[in-house]
Design a protein around this ligand. Structure first.
Ligand SMILES: Nc1ncnc2c1ncn2[C@@H]1O[C@H](COP(=O)(O)OP(=O)(O)OP(=O)(O)O)[C@@H](O)[C@H]1O
Length: 243
């Protein structure tokens, strides 16, 4: 049984004079990994930022767990249970990993304020967070920083994670760790809306797919069906089907 978690209907976003999202509509179900795929510049990041209230939707409806969220502030949207892991990861390079985690925890000013069981679980999921706890986050490798960025997003329970291209620039072994971590997050009950250009990672973790092209959704459906459709991948992603 699927349960609707996020619903976008006819969402438009203007950035300055540019009409970037031109009627985006798709659904993400609870406890599934929904892939948002598309070419460079198609509007994937703009979609995540619009959901998060970082760009205002100029028209349309976005509902999260039955609540309309268009027009709400980013902090309200985050309080409702959505976390955003941006492509640039949004971590503070001069602060330690610990301080980065503390800043992400709204109700904690000391580590002991963080739910210890949750912290242990995060350490298991992302060992780099534990290993480099007192190290400035800026000194970590790209993969380690990405782990810290994901860990920050789940320092408090969140129902939906919006994750933008977590594999960008990472070595294949690290991409595998990322896939494992996302599948474990899903097992723990989280839902993920994932922007990912690495088709191997997308195929490994994705349950459902929405394809965006020039600011409009051009296909939605189950991931396995989509990845078997050479025509879709070629037309909208510019890719030839992998063997
Ligand atoms: N701040 C901005 N000002 C003007 N145009 C913008 C801005 N941000 C994004 N755009 C434009 O909006 C369109 C969609 O960008 P967006 O970043 O959402 O695409 P994307 O699908 O995430 O692509 P990429 O994979 O390259 O990150 C692009 O044409 C981009 O140039």
């Amino acid at each position: 049984m699927t349960e609707l978690l996020l619903n976008l209907e006819n969402v438009h976003t203007h950035i300055g004079l540019y009409h970037i999202l031109q009627g985006v509509g798709f659904r993400a179900q609870r406890n599934r990994i929904t892939l948002l795929l598309g070419r460079n510049g198609a509007g994937k990041t703009t979609t995540l930022r619009t959901i998060m209230g970082l760009w205002p939707a100029s028209k349309g409806r976005i509902s999260f767990a039955g609540t309309d969220i268009v027009g709400r502030s980013t902090s309200e949207i985050s309080r409702l249970g959505i976390a955003y892991v941006p492509e640039n990861m949004g971590i503070f390079p001069d602060l330690s990993v610990k301080e980065n985690m503390l800043l992400a925890a709204r109700n904690a000013s000391r580590v002991t304020d963080i739910d210890q069981q949750r912290l242990e679980w995060i350490f298991e999921l992302f060992p780099a967070v534990h290993q480099f706890w007192n190290r400035p986050a800026g000194k970590l490798s790209g993969g380690q920083k990405q782990m810290v960025a994901m860990a920050r997003a789940i320092v408090e329970p969140r129902e939906l994670l919006l994750i933008d291209e977590p594999s960008k620039g990472l070595a294949p072994a690290i991409v595998n760790n990322m896939a494992e971590a996302m599948l474990k997050l899903k097992q723990s009950g989280a839902s993920i809306l994932l922007v990912e250009q690495n088709l191997q990672l997308a195929r490994e973790v994705g349950d459902d797919v929405a394809i965006i092209d020039a600011g409009r959704i051009v296909h939605t459906g189950p991931a396995d069906e989509c990845f078997a459709r050479d025509d879709l991948l070629k037309t909208h992603l510019g890719l030839a089907l992998c063997p």
